[in-house]
Design a protein around this ligand. Structure first.
Ligand code: SF4
Ligand code: SF4
Length: 382
């Protein structure tokens, strides 16, 4: 007899799926494999079977859950409003607590994200190792910078500018560009205090619920008060906008309400920008956590439209396969998913691709796509 395992999923939320299948075309893992078990409907059915005791938590179940990119492209496509993000996060948290996913070496890697100096030093070593061809290309890591610009300095206190962990180590030039744009719209910024590094987004994905909660508390303490908090990484912004749910407190909900994606903020002040020139045509690639989770992807067009001719892709915002650490942990599927995105880009021309998430831009750059952050494109035109 199969013993029921409590996945800590809300049964009512699980029951909202009516198995209509409308989400299937929006699921990247279903699109590349054609397997029902690797679709949202298939995964929800597997969760339900485990939760009701009709199926065990076996290797197949773990595989179905581990291969989900957590792009949440299935959420806006669902007419029943199934909160898929909550279902998969609860399931992965249960699997991680049973040590069925996220082995020790991954947990160790996630811990490094919380030690910024170690992360900076480790990133420099990784960059040198890349130059010496010691990093397998199958990991799909784009070229990391050996040198990075000096750390930003606060310019005042109109807003907080969140700089994060990996973003600051690998793409600090985007922070420099963001600072230029804020200065151009006459806004001063302060930088987070102690503990304001890693937001915990990758920990949520990995099912490390308690670690993510503790990071959220620390990030909240690093940016007190009521000023807006601007974020230029779509994945981090999405995670911080969900701190209210993660911590379940009124204080966390209030903090989440202060978080804005940088494009939302700049789009409201777009008339203050006085670009010196137009850059060429720019293709927009929507990071899933901007389009499907924050649902603020149109602001990127408002901002870029000021300095470039914006070209849309024709793939309905299908995921690129980066998915936080997914491209490193599921390299085969991630590469197959990316192939679809690269083909979509090729269909509209050979232009610079704007992506507002470091994971997506690096995943695409690893195969030669000229991906840049919209803030970098904007700063160049100012
Ligand atoms: S989150 Fe993305 S990969 Fe996972 S089931 Fe939904 S659409 Fe598919
Ligand atoms: S998740 Fe939504 S769209 Fe997908 S099968 Fe269930 S009810 Fe239909």
């Amino acid at each position: 007899m199969t013993v029921a395992v409590d996945l800590h999923i809300d049964s009512d939320e699980l029951a909202t799926c009516v198995s209509c299948g409308l989400c299937l075309p929006h699921c990247p893992t279903f699109r590349v494999t054609g397997e029902e078990a690797l679709s949202p409907r298939g995964r929800i059915a597997a969760m339900r079977a485990v939760q009701l005791g009709d199926a065990p938590v076996d290797d197949s179940f773990v595989h179905f859950m581990e291969t989900c990119v957590q792009c949440r492209g299935c959420e806006p496509a669902c007419p029943s409003g199934v909160p898929y993000g909550r279902l998969i996060e609860a399931t992965r948290s249960t699997l991680a607590s049973q040590r069925r996913i996220t082995p020790w070496w991954q947990r160790l890697g996630f811990r490094v994200l919380q030690r910024h100096r170690l992360l900076l030093a480790g990133s420099s070593v990784l960059a040198l190792a890349q130059r010496a061809h010691l990093i397998p290309t199958r990991l799909g890591l784009s070229k990391l910078p050996i040198r990075r610009p000096r750390s930003l300095a606060s310019t005042g206190g109109d807003v907080w500018l969140y700089t994060g962990c990996v973003m600051d180590a690998w793409q600090r030039d985007v922070h420099v560009a963001t600072a230029q744009v804020l200065t151009a719209v006459d806004v001063t910024f302060a930088l987070p205090g102690r503990g304001g590094g890693c937001c915990g987004a990758l920990h949520v994905h990995a099912g490390l619920h308690h670690e993510a909660q503790s990071l959220a508390v620390s990030v909240m303490a690093s940016m007190p008060g009521d000023k807006p908090i601007l974020v230029n990484s779509a994945g981090c912004g999405a995670a911080m906008k969900e701190y209210g749910r993660l911590l379940g407190t009124a204080e966390a909900a209030a903090f989440s309400n202060r978080v804005l994606d940088i494009h939302e903020f700049v789009a409201e002040r777009i008339d203050l920008l006085a670009p010196q020139r137009k850059v060429g045509p720019v293709i927009v690639q929507d990071p899933c956590h901007l389009r499907h989770v924050q649902r603020t992807h149109l602001a990127v067009r408002a901002v870029l439209g000021r300095v470039a001719d914006v070209i849309e892709l024709d793939d309905d915002g299908l995921c690129c396969g980066a998915g936080g650490a997914y491209s490193a942990l599921e390299p085969v599927l991630a590469a197959q998913i990316r192939q679809r995105k690269v083909a979509a880009i090729a269909r509209v021309g050979d232009h610079v691709v704007a992506s507002a998430n470091p994971g997506c831009s690096m995943h695409l750059a690893a195969v030669g796509v000229r991906a840049r952050h919209p803030m970098s494109i904007l700063a160049e035109a100012l």
